[in-house]
Design a protein around this ligand. Structure first.
Ligand code: SF4
Ligand code: FES
Length: 233
């Protein structure tokens, strides 16, 4: 059994095993910290920083999903600076990515009174829509680079390694090795990436066709036909 550590979160004392993250300790204490890139079943990478909190004596805020608790820590999850930081992160996200199908992020925008137009002059990240297989489509205009799909495709679940990062800096986006169409990669179409995507960037093909107003029989015909065409190719 790990050695316990005791800290305070928003004035509430909590004791947790060594190695517990601030986010997990806060959950244990019934304190809500927002998350976006974090998923409880995947390796946390601390990418979006929406979970940032203040730790007394620390120069910068800490990402709660990747920062382990320490004895005597004094954590503040809703100070003025923390709220301001979260609001800015959300406003930056809204200025670069299409969040229309990301209900959890839209709810955070509302909760933190973020103005989606604050950085309206900023450059929107744009990418083509990839419709290259009968199972799911990829619209990276809606992708926040949370890395969940890459992680679930790799060591966290599927060990398929079909997805990776392409590009650099502002132009970084998720893609396949050398930009290959999905059927030409190691993808086994397990659907786990679609399941963990928080924004609608990855969407089941049948759902997309339903949203376009096609009836189920036509959808069945279309997706079957494409699969057959591929088999005959
Ligand atoms: S496609 Fe979805 S899961 Fe993958 S990085 Fe983008 S938002 Fe995250
Ligand atoms: S939820 Fe912690 S960094 Fe994204």
């Amino acid at each position: 059994m790990s050695e316990p550590v005791t800290l305070t979160i928003d004035g509430k004392e909590v004791t947790v095993p060594l190695g517990t993250t601030i986010y997990q300790a806060a959950q244990q204490a019934g304190i809500d910290i927002p998350i976006i890139c974090y998923h409880p079943h995947l390796t946390a990478n601390g990418l979006c920083r929406i979970c940032s909190v203040e730790v007394k004596g620390w120069r910068v805020q800490a990402a709660a999903c990747v920062t382990p608790c320490a004895d005597g820590m004094e954590v503040h999850t809703r100070s003025e600076d923390v709220i301001c930081g979260r609001r800015t992160i959300l406003e930056l996200l809204a200025s670069t990515v299409n969040l229309e199908e990301a209900p959890e992020i839209l709810a955070l925008l509302k909760e933190y009174k973020a103005d989606p137009e604050r950085f309206a002059e900023g450059e929107q990240r744009t990418a083509p829509l990839y419709d290259d297989n009968p199972f799911y489509i990829r619209d990276y205009n809606q992708c926040i680079n949370c890395w969940r799909c890459v992680q679930v495709c790799a060591e966290d679940a599927q060990y398929t390694f079909a997805l990776t990062f392409n590009g650099r800096g502002f132009h970084t986006q998720i893609g396949t090795f050398m930009g290959l169409p999905m059927p030409d990669t190691t993808c086994v179409f397990c659907g786990q990436c679609v399941g963990v995507c928080p924004t609608g960037a990855l969407k089941p093909k049948r759902q997309a066709l339903l949203e376009q107003g096609l009836d189920p029989d036509e959808i069945f015909r279309q997706t079957r036909r494409k699969r057959k065409q591929r088999q005959n190719a």
